[in-house]
Design a protein around this ligand. Structure first.
Ligand code: ADP
Ligand code: MG
Ligand code: ZN
Length: 480
């Protein structure tokens, strides 16, 4: 039988602050171990945490970007467990009163709309890091680096609304995109600034209740997430198909082996003995502070893509290509305000402009041609002063020189040639130089006509007015 997958994600995003969540230590990567530490983040007795207001602002921005209800009061809690990289013996997090509740992420993919509810969003501190390699001795020692201890994170928990590994990967991508856009996190996954755990269960399609979920930890790329879930779905289907029971457990994705492997079972699950953090007061957020942050919120890529498609009538693929990139969207909108026809502008931006940027490995923020100047170039094409292929040449010159389209067209005599006496000579020359094609044409092979048009266009660098060329060629060829 075929099963339906039920998936929910838990995503940790590192907040883009300069300092840690409860102390003034710098958040930096690549420093020597234990050079960004103090009594607070080392968990020394008597050291007291002080909440980083900038981290709170970023967490609120994240919550607002996802449409969550920011709670006027949230409470920090201690999550107790023993692990060498956790110097205090507990992690400060938020438990039964998180920073934000509710919200949703929505996107359209493969023709359908996907909506994933957000369960909660809360602030917490990161742990340190165990270093198993690099000690240069045979004793198998493990080192501990606390530079990361106390780095601010938000944890975002989705509802179990996802129904396929592909949707889960798309959800993770959309989430990253939204958080990066509003400046909450760098989203750098190699650096571990964004990490994902996935919970997955199977049920017979049509069943209202959920099956037993398995948690797969540390799926830190879109591909791993998708592959791990595909594998885990197949594994559970095989267990259920053989009338076995799926155990509630935590598994890890083994990249090398390409399979999930058990990490701990329910019996080994931690009892975290959560209790409110006595060293921190409840976090009270004034409505004005939340409103001010809401005003700072950038438009999200998904909303932008929808808006570009709806208000400029762009086809889905073009709207997506431009809307993905905030600077490209701004460029496009400025060109349209400057009078460019939206579709034409969109084709140029995803075509010629993107091509020239690619060659230089640069982004849309550094296009040297003002969007209004592109609009004026497109007006020249619209007015048939120049052809599309000449326009590309003109654009390349504009890029190099900073001159206007009109100046370049005039200076380099690139305007369309519709002067009959000038074209007549070229047409005669082309006809004279191709006697074989002429006899073919006269013997009834009408297709040869296109060949002559092409030759004339080539001879004029694409500048000849095709209507005039057609008329002159017909006259020349049809006279016998
Ligand atoms: P826990 O308290 O064990 O962490 P939660 O209820 O907080 O469990 O859920 C954690 C994650 O697991 C959420 O993303 C949620 O959507 C997902 N989840 C919960 N139940 C199921 C289930 N039966 N199948 C798949 N995912 C689930
Ligand atoms: Mg959980
Ligand atoms: Zn510190």
């Amino acid at each position: 039988m075929r099963w339906q997958a039920v998936i929910g994600l838990e995503v940790h995003a590192q907040l883009a602050t300069a300092s840690k969540l409860f102390c003034g230590c710098a958040v930096t990567a690549g420093e020597s171990p234990n050079t960004r530490v103090c009594p607070v983040c080392l968990g020394l007795p008597g050291a007291l945490p002080v909440l980083n207001g900038g981290a709170v602002d970023l967490a609120v921005l994240a919550a607002l970007a996802l449409g969550c209800d920011v709670q006027p009061v949230s409470v920090f809690a201690r999550k107790n467990y023993f692990y060498p990289d956790l110097p205090k013996g507990y992690q400060i997090t938020q438990h039964d009163r998180p920073l934000a509740l509710g919200g949703a992420l929505e996107w359209s993919g493969a023709g359908t709309r996907v909506r994933v509810g957000i369960e909660r969003l809360h602030l917490e501190e990161d742990a340190g890091k165990s270093l198993h390699a690099g000690f240069g001795d045979e004793a198998g020692r493990t080192g501990l680096d606390f530079n990361r201890s106390g780095v601010p994170l938000v944890e975002i928990v989705t509802r179990p609304d996802l129904r396929s590994p592909a949707d889960a990967a798309a959800c993770f991508e959309r989430l990253r995109e939204a958080l990066v856009e509003v400046g909450v996190t760098t989203g750098n996954m190699e650096e571990g600034h964004l990490r994902c755990d996935a919970n997955v269960s199977l049920r017979p399609p049509g069943d209202a209740s959920f099956g037993i979920p398995v948690e797969v930890k540390n799926l830190n790329s879109f591909r791993y997430l998708r592959h791990a879930l595909e594998h885990e779905v197949a594994r559970q289907a095989a267990v259920l198909g053989g009338h076995g029971r799926v155990e509630r457990e935590t598994r890890l994705w083994d990249v090398e082996a390409g399979e999930t492997v058990p990490m701990r079972s329910k019996e080994e699950a931690h009892d975290y003995r959560f209790f409110p953090e006595p060293d921190l007061p409840p976090l009270v957020l004034a409505a004005e502070r939340v409103a001010a942050l809401r005003a700072r919120l950038a438009e999200l890529p998904e909303a932008r893509r929808q808006r570009l498609a709806a208000s400029f009538g762009l086809p889905e693929a073009l709207a997506r290509q431009i809307g993905n990139d905030r600077a490209a969207s701004a460029y496009f909108e400025a060109a349209v305000r400057g009078g460019a026809p939206p579709r034409e502008a969109a084709h140029w931006i995803t075509g010629e402009v993107a091509r020239l940027l690619n060659e230089r490995s640069e982004g849309f923020a550094s296009v040297p041609v003002q969007p209004e100047a592109l609009a004026r170039l497109l007006a020249e094409v619209e007015a048939a002063t120049i052809s599309g292929s000449v326009a590309k040449e003109v654009f390349a010159r504009m890029w190099e020189t900073g001159d206007s389209a009109a100046a370049i067209i005039a200076r380099e005599r690139l305007g369309r040639i519709d002067d009959e006496s000038r074209l007549e000579g070229i047409v005669r020359e082309v006809v004279r130089a191709n006697p074989k094609a002429v006899s073919q044409y006269r013997a009834g092979k009408r297709l040869a006509f296109g060949f002559f048009v092409g030759q004339v266009m080539k001879a004029t660098g694409g500048q000849a007015d095709p209507a005039v060329v057609t008329r002159l060629l017909a006259r020349e060829l049809d006279r016998s």
